[in-house]
Write a protein that binds this ligand. Structure first.
Ligand SMILES: Nc1nc2c(ncn2[C@@H]2O[C@H](COP(=O)(O)OP(=O)(O)O)[C@@H](O)[C@H]2O)c(=O)[nH]1
Ligand SMILES: [Mg+2]
Length: 202
């Protein structure tokens, strides 16, 4: 994918503050520190479009980015940060669920999972939720550079078994080596395609 522009559009917690829903959208979800900001920056070839490596702040919002003036990438707030109080966690849940349920332009969700860890209840719940609302999901196993190729394959298999996934639903990825970046773009493009086709005809 040739990136001609990637710009931050806005942050929002509630639907009335989302940007206008006029571009197809892909959302990115995952545990804090899983490598979500790094993955988005890698995809769009920008080092600092999304801030990386920072402690989750107090303002945990949904961030919208416009890519090539054609589609929107959405950085959902990371979950599972131990220091976040239960009340805050509940707010996170309803903010993200509201987004996923109501965003008419949402074409799919990229769910990130650290390849070295087994998925937990949050990942299972999110996948169930997406399945229930028939929102396509791509499961990306991050920080693949931390494991040898053989271990990547073995661990990907274990994770797929735990989440009851097919082989073509997961992808090993590294922001460090760019492993998996082209394949992920292909998968994302397939989710965006119908709408992009319409835009090209205008
Ligand atoms: N080795 C390695 N480290 C990564 C990779 N992606 C992210 N990291 C590191 O993991 C930490 C969290 O990354 P970040 O993108 O901010 O995660 P986020 O909290 O999910 O947005 C940072 O220290 C990154 O440098 C990767 O592919 N490989
Ligand atoms: Mg981040």
């Amino acid at each position: 994918m040739k990136i001609t522009s990637a710009t931050f559009e806005k942050s929002a917690a509630a639907p009335q503050h989302y940007p206008q829903a006029d571009l197809p959208e892909i959302a990115f979800a995952g545990r804090s520190n899983v490598g979500k900001s790094s993955l988005i920056n890698t995809l769009v070839n920008r080092r600092h479009l999304v801030k990386t490596g920072s402690t989750p702040g107090k303002t945990r919002l949904i961030n919208f980015f416009i890519i090539n003036s054609e589609f929107c990438f959405v950085d959902l707030p990371g979950y599972g940060y131990a220091k976040v109080p239960a009340s805050e966690r509940k707010k996170w849940g309803s903010m993200v669920e509201t987004y996923l349920q109501t965003r008419s332009t949402l074409k799919g969700v990229v769910l990130l999972q650290d390849i070295r860890r087994m998925p937990g209840g949050e990942e299972e719940e999110l996948l169930d939720f997406l399945g229930h609302f028939r929102i396509p999901a791509i499961i990306v196993l991050t920080k693949a550079d931390k494991l040898s190729k053989n271990k990547q394959i073995a661990q990907a298999k274990r994770i797929r078994q735990a989440l009851d996934l097919e082989a073509d639903e997961t992808l090993c990825f590294s922001a460090k080596s760019r492993q998996g970046a082209d394949s992920l773009w292909e998968m994302i493009s397939r989710l965006l395609e119908p709408k992009l086709g319409v835009l090209e005809d205008r």
